[in-house]
Design a protein around this ligand. Structure first.
Ligand SMILES: Cc1cc2nc3c(=O)[nH]c(=O)nc-3n(C[C@H](O)[C@H](O)[C@H](O)COP(=O)(O)OP(=O)(O)OC[C@H]3O[C@@H](n4cnc5c(N)ncnc54)[C@H](O)[C@@H]3O)c2cc1C
Length: 410
C-alpha cells in the first residue's frame, strides 16, 4: 500500500509531526529502529508558555515558578514558568493521536530512497520496501536522508548532569536555576577556558538534577571537563553527591546549516536544523510547528497530481519560510558572538540580556519575535551591554558579514 506520508524516527520531532499528520485523516506510517513507545532517555525542558493551552498539565512532570539565573553575582528572577516533560506522558499523548488516526509503526532503519513520478520508495537497511507519497525525515542530528551542506566549525552544546541526592540542597526548594555562570570556584586560568554554567532544579522528594553545561563551543567541551567542573562547583559549596540515580551526557550540534529546501524528502526536528541556536532547545518548537507543517503537507497531498518533490517543497516552505530563514541567520550571528565570549564577557552579556524587558528576552529565546523585533532586541543588548561585550559584538559583525548580509538582505 502506498501511504500518504512515511515518518522516519520516533523522537520528539517525529512523534509530533506524525500525530499532527494523523489528525488530518491522512494515511501515515512510521519507521523506527525501536518500539516508538520506548522511553526517551534525555531530560527535556521547555518554557511552559510555549505549550498550547491545557497541554502543560498533560505532558509536564514538573513546572517551576521560582526560576532564576545568576549571570554575574546577583540572582535575577525570571518571572516565567519553566517545565520538564514527563517523557512517558508526552510520548503517550502523541502516540494516542497517531493511533486514533490509524497510523502504523514499522521497525527498521531507513536505508535509501528513490523518487518516482507520484510516490517515493524507501528501502530499509533490513531490506523492507515502504512506499509513500511523501517521506519525512525526523531521524535526528545525523539525518538518514535529508541532505545538508557540509558544515565547518560546528559548535556543540555539551553537558554532564546528575540526577540524585546530595548532602545539602544544591538549589532552593521548588527552584529552577536556568543558568548559574558564577565562577568563583575556578582559577583565573580555568576562567580562560570555554565558559560553562550550572543548570539545576529541585525534582522533589529529596531529588535534584544538576548539570554543568557548555551552551555552545567548537570543538565541544569534553564530558571529563564538564564533570570535573560540576564536582568543583559542588565542592566549593560543601555539597557532596550521595546517590546517583541517572547520569546525562548531552551533546548535539547548535549551528548546522539549513538543509537544501528543494529536496524531495522533508525534514523535521533536528534533521531540519530546527534546534534553536539561541538555546539548543527544540522540543517546544517541534510541538508548535508540527501542525503548521502537517497542514501544508495535507494541502499538497490533496492534489493527486503532486509529485513527492511538490509535496516536500510545500512542507519545507511551511517550515522555513523566508522570514524564518532570515531570523535563523540572525540567531546564527548571535551564536557566533557568544562563541567569542570568555567567562567574564559571557556573564556580562547574560546580565544585560536577562535585564531586557521580559517580552524581549523571552521572545528571543522562544523565537516569537518578528525579524524587526529580533533586530531591535539585539541592538538593545548592544546599547546596554558593557564595552567589553560591545567590542566583541563589533568584531563578530566584522567577521560574520556574510551571515549579517543574508539575514538583513536575503
Ligand atoms: C541529552 C540532551 C538533552 C536535551 N535537552 C533538551 C531540552 O531540555 N529541551 C529541548 O527542547 N531540547 C533539548 N535537547 C535538544 C533536542 O531537542 C534533542 O536532541 C531532541 O531529541 C531532538 O529531537 P528529534 O526528534 O529531532 O531527534 P531525536 O530525538 O534524535 O530522534 C531521532 C529518532 O530517529 C531515529 N532514527 C535515527 N536514524 C534512523 C534511521 N536511519 N531510520 C529510522 N529511524 C532512525 C532514532 O532512533 C530516534 O528515535 C537535548 C538533547 C540532548 C542530547
Amino acid at each position: 500500500m502506498i501511504v500518504d506520508a512515511l515518518v522516519i524516527g520516533a523522537g520528539p520531532a517525529g512523534l509530533a509531526l506524525a500525530a499532527a499528520l494523523a489528525q488530518h485523516g491522512l494515511r501515515v506510517s512510521g519507521l523506527t529502529p525501536r518500539d516508538p513507545a520506548s522511553r526517551w532517555s534525555n531530560t527535556y525542558g521547555v518554557w511552559c508558555d510555549e505549550l498550547e493551552d491545557g497541554l502543560a498539565d498533560r505532558v509536564l512532570g514538573h513546572c517551576w515558578t521560582d526560576c532564576v539565573v545568576y549571570a554575574g553575582e546577583h540572582e535575577l528572577a525570571l518571572n516565567r514558568n519553566y517545565g520538564l516533560f514527563d517523557n512517558t506522558r508526552l510520548q503517550t499523548h502523541l502516540l494516542t493521536q497517531c493511533e486514533r488516526g490509524g497510523m502504523i509503526w514499522q521497525q527498521g532503519m531507513a536505508g535509501r530512497v528513490e523518487h518516482l513520478a507520484d510516490y517515493s520508495r524507501l528501502t530499509t537497511r533490513q531490506g523492507a520496501v515502504l512506499e509513500a507519497r511523501v517521506v519525512i525525515d525526523a531521524s535526528g542530528h545525523r539525518p538518514a536522508l535529508v541532505q545538508r551542506p557540509a558544515a565547518t566549525d560546528v559548535a556543540y552544546q555539551a553537558a554532564y548532569g546528575i540526577v540524585g541526592t546530595f548532602s545539602r540542597p544544591p538549589v532552593r526548594a521548588r527552584q529552577l536555576v536556568l543558568m548559574d555562570y558564577r565562577a568563583n570556584h575556578l582559577t583565573p586560568e580555568e576562567c580562560a577556558d570555554p565558559p560553562t554554567f550550572l543548570y539545576a532544579m529541585d525534582l522533589g522528594d529529596g531529588l535534584y538534577f544538576v548539570e554543568e553545561t557548555s551552551l555552545a563551543h567548537a570543538p565541544a567541551v569534553s564530558f571529563a571537563v564538564l564533570e570535573h567542573r560540576l564536582r568543583r562547583r559542588l565542592a566549593a559549596q560543601a555539597i557532596e553527591v550521595q546517590e546517583v540515580q541517572h547520569v546525562e551526557h548531552c551533546l548535539f550540534p547548535m549551528n548546522l546549516p539549513l538543509p537544501d529546501l528543494d529536496q524531495p524528502v522533508v525534514g523535521f526536528g533536528s534533521a531540519a536544523s530546527m534546534v534553536r541556536p539561541a538555546s539548543g532547545y527544540q522540543v517546544g518548537a517541534a510541538l508548535k510547528r508540527a501542525p503548521v507543517v502537517a497542514q501544508a503537507l495535507a494541502q499538497a497531498l490533496g492534489s493527486e497530481r503532486s509529485s513527492p518533490g511538490d509535496i516536500a517543497r510545500a512542507g519545507w516552505r511551511a517550515l522555513w519560510p523566508e522570514q524564518q530563514v532570515r531570523k535563523h541567520q540572525l540567531y546564527l550571528f548571535g551564536l557566533a558572538s557568544l562563541l567569542r565570549f570568555d567567562q567574564p564577557r559571557t556573564q556580562a552579556f547574560f546580565t544585560t540580556f536577562f535585564q531586557l524587558p521580559r517580552q524581549q528576552w523571552a521572545g528571543y529565546l522562544s523565537d516569537t519575535l518578528s525579524q524587526r523585533e529580533l533586530l531591535q532586541t539585539m541592538l538593545r543588548v548592544f546599547r546596554q551591554a558593557p564595552n567589553s561585550v560591545r567590542t566583541t559584538l563589533m568584531q563578530t559583525a566584522g567577521g560574520e558579514r556574510t551571515l549579517l548580509w543574508r539575514a538583513l538582505i536575503g
